[in-house]
Design a protein around this ligand. Structure first.
Ligand SMILES: *[C@@H]1O[C@H](CO)[C@@H](O)[C@H](O)[C@H]1NC(C)=O
Ligand SMILES: *[C@@H]1O[C@H](CO)[C@@H](O)[C@H](O)[C@H]1NC(C)=O
Length: 337
């Protein structure tokens, strides 16, 4: 257990290292944040409906921007400038996927996602983009359904990708059919958020339940995408998916500053077959360590048939243990608490 804990510590541990008190909050926003729609009316209008194309980076980012904007009142009591909004984790992750080249066409057959011609294109062949679809469009549609956005289903249309259309869903009713349980868990989150009695720990619990639920479907449906990547990158993808379960069990608070710091430890570009952590020359020491820890965590999980996750969940089921965990990793990094 101690060994496992140390993998997770290192993994989540780089988080707070980068937190600088002097930073301007807006410097931490994901790429193209200000250029993305902040209201439904910022999307193009056609035949009385706003057209959202989640295969364009700024269109998908706009879903997050609307979500962050409209949920701000529910997080206002936890800190200023919407910094404590737990939805920041999602757009920051999507931003990292973009800046590290992970949303571009991995087959190289099209120029989708490659600058300067088509930098905002999000490729349907990208494993990252496909998984993220269920962490962007789905929470957005569930938010529409639960009424927190002040938007109704008949006001917009979500465009399909150029291929594999049947693997996705495009409306509240459509998605309730394809990924009903996941829609339910996001709805549960939003209903909880609206309760006057909701608290931060409860928000985290419900958010991570919805987050992990969102990944179930794409992890099984887009397995064919692994073939487009180097062995190192596809191993990283699989280990990342495993790590999310451990991070979720620890109720990692996906606030703006924390998540921004955490992401500095993630691989800044797609991995090549020759990239073996901790010896990747153009990665920082932290990035090498995080990648190595992810591999160790993934191996442990597979070796124990996920028993390690069960054990981790039991350990993390107490609020006291979770607090000690966060405190320990912040001490580990020499940052103040
Ligand atoms: C933060 O950044 C914005 C936009 O760049 C700028 O207008 C503002 O003055 C900055 N605030 C601080 C405290 O540096
Ligand atoms: C939400 O969006 C509106 C309209 O663009 C803006 O005036 C407001 O400041 C935003 N609120 C937050 C918390 O970002």
């Amino acid at each position: 257990m101690a060994v496992l804990a140390s993998f997770v510590w290192v993994l989540v541990g780089c988080i707070s290292a980068a937190v600088a008190e002097d930073s301007n909050i807006s410097d931490l926003y994901p790429p193209f944040w200000e250029e993305s729609p902040e209201e439904l009316s910022d999307y193009r209008l056609e035949d009385g409906k706003h057209i959202i194309n989640p295969w364009v980076f700024t269109d998908r980012m706009g879903l997050y921007r609307i979500l962050l904007n409209r949920t701000a009142p529910y997080f206002a009591s936890y800190g200023p400038e919407n910094e404590q909004n737990l939805f920041w984790g999602l757009p920051l992750q999507f931003g990292w996927q973009h800046s590290s080249g992970r949303l571009a066409d991995p087959t190289g057959k099209t120029d989708c996602g490659y600058g300067p011609v088509n930098p905002l294109c999000v490729s349907v062949d990208s494993w990252w983009a496909d998984a993220n679809y269920f962490l962007s469009v789905i929470p957005f549609l569930a938010a529409v359904d639960s009424g927190v956005l002040g938007i109704t289903s008949d006001q917009f249309t979500i465009l399909p990708p150029p291929q594999d259309q049947w693997k996705f869903c495009y409306s509240v009713s459509d998605c309730k059919e394809l990924v009903g349980e996941t829609m339910d868990s996001w709805n549960t989150f939003f209903e909880y958020m609206k309760l006057p009695s909701s608290d931060f720990d409860g928000l985290l619990k419900n958010l991570w339940a919805a987050h992990t639920s969102s990944l179930g479907y794409p992890l099984s449906v887009f397995e064919d995408r692994y073939a487009y990547y180097s062995d190192q990158e596809s191993k990283f993808e699989k280990n990342w998916a495993i790590a999310v379960d451990y991070i979720a069990a620890a109720y990692y608070p996906t606030t703006l500053i924390r998540t921004h710091g955490f992401q500095k430890g993630l691989p800044p570009r797609i991995l090549l077959d020759t990239d073996i952590a901790p010896f990747i020359a153009d990665f920082t020491a932290t990035q090498n360590t995080v990648l190595l820890s992810l591999t160790a965590l993934g191996d442990t999980d597979r070796l124990t048939g996920s028993f390690s996750l069960t054990a981790w969940k039991i350990l993390m089921s107490s609020k006291f243990a979770r607090e000690q965990f966060l405190k320990a990793l912040e001490t580990l990094l020499g940052t103040s608490t």
